[in-house]
Ligand binder design. Structure first.
Ligand code: CP3
Length: 346
């Protein structure tokens, strides 16, 4: 069976643009907040397949999205490697930082898949819920954080503006830092591959902090590891679309598109749709890229932003999305209106 999202990601323009939104499941949905209350910590929810599969389905039931992204987090990967990861209420993630090559001894791959088994089970459950509830056009998306972005959290130990510890390690000891990146590359290939075996029909690699590197570091720590992962993944799953999301890197996204070997490029809001159509969509299918704040604002501004995107990108292989995740204050009605507009677009 052909699903519009998968067809678009394979390079076939669709009469109606398939749509899904990053962070489409989450705190802006009352049904998520309700279910979240029952779970204790956020990671408990990620490792509870019954609940995580329900949360994954929530935006599908509400809006009929073309993509269902498995509910989890990028930080389950360092957690599965034995690093201490916590989500403190209202504070974001906290990790026990790894700052030098000796600290790598604290990481182990011994229980990697065992630890992530609940995520694979969530994927299986979502696939069967999609089939049972007749969402025949909705494709299941797996994901991972990219090595650079995972390293940012693993080394700095949480959210940061500039990830100074991570960058300093990468500059001062590229070989030691490279060992961490190599480990992550191998684990991510395994992880994405296991997600496909559990039912993922496309995968996305989130490089949320790709934009803090200069061009030399960008080649070395964003493009090169991504290419390694894509090559490893393609050997195992040649037909599964691979979306890359190098957020905030401006014109370096062109180097990424040309050299990382991803099959589709997810664009941030800074990229003008018209320019993206000429430059990126000639190379590969693109996804994006409405500003999440524009969705939060809604109304005519949102409509004209959506129109700008659809006019320029809608004719080629394209997936409608935001340029970053849904913000938690977003009224769900705005999402509904946006999806309707995309569906009605001629
Ligand atoms: O619907 C989906 O998109 C699937 C689930 C998903 C989550 N996180 C759930 C989540 C996905 C794909 C992610 C990716 C993720 N996680 C990224 C990459 C994309 C991006 O946003 O740049 C990053 C950097 C993370 C790490 C992370 N997770 C941070 C920094 C935070 C705290 C900030 C915040 O928004 O609270 C999280 C928490 C998180 N991940 C929540 C959700 C729904 C909120 C936690 C809660 O419900 O209490």
């Amino acid at each position: 069976m052909t699903k519009p999202l998968i067809e678009a990601l394979k390079g076939k323009a669709q009469p109606t643009a398939p749509v899904w939104l990053m962070r489409q499941a989450g705190r802006y949905l009352p049904e998520y907040r309700e279910l979240r209350k029952e779970c204790g910590g956020f990671l408990d929810l990620c490792y509870n397949p019954d609940k995580a599969s329900e949360v994954t389905m929530q935006p599908i039931r509400r809006f009929g999205m073309d993509g269902a992204i498995v509910f989890s987090d990028i930080l389950v990967v360092p957690h599965a490697l034995g690093q201490k990861v916590e989500f403190l209420e209202g504070e974001g993630p906290k990790l026990d930082p790894i700052r030098q090559v000796e600290d790598l001894r604290r990481l182990t791959r011994d229980k990697f898949h065992e630890h992530l088994a609940p995520v694979y089970e969530t994927l299986r459950q979502v696939r069967s819920k999609l089939a049972n509830e007749k969402f025949d056009n909705t494709a299941l998306i797996g994901f991972s954080g990219a090595p650079w972005t995972l390293a940012c959290y693993m080394v700095d130990g949480g959210s940061s503006r500039d990830f100074i510890h991570t960058k300093t390690w990468a500059y001062s000891d590229p070989n030691g830092f490279g060992d961490l990146m190599d480990l992550l590359c191998e684990c991510i290939v395994d992880y994405l591959s296991a997600q496909v075996q559990a039912g993922a029909e496309a995968v996305q690699l989130f490089d949320s902090w790709a934009g803090i590197l200069d061009h030399t570091m960008f080649s070395r720590w964003v493009i090169r590891p991504t290419r390694k992962i894509v090559e490893g993944f393609r050997e195992l799953h040649p037909d599964i679309p691979f979306i890359g999301f190098p957020r905030g890197c401006g014109r370096l996204a062109l180097d990424y598109a040309q050299n990382s070997k991803v099959s589709a490029l997810s664009l941030d809001p800074q990229t003008a749709p018209k320019w993206a159509a000429n430059v990126y969509q000639n190379l590969m299918p693109v996804q994006g890229n409405m500003d999440p704040v524009c969705l939060l604002s809604g109304g005519l501004t949102m409509q004209s932003a959506a129109e700008d995107i659809l006019v320029h990108l809608g004719k080629g292989p394209f997936v409608f999305n935001l340029g970053h995740g849904v913000i938690k204050e977003t009224p769900p009605e705005h999402v509904e209106e946006l999806v309707q507009m995309i569906r009605d677009w001629k």
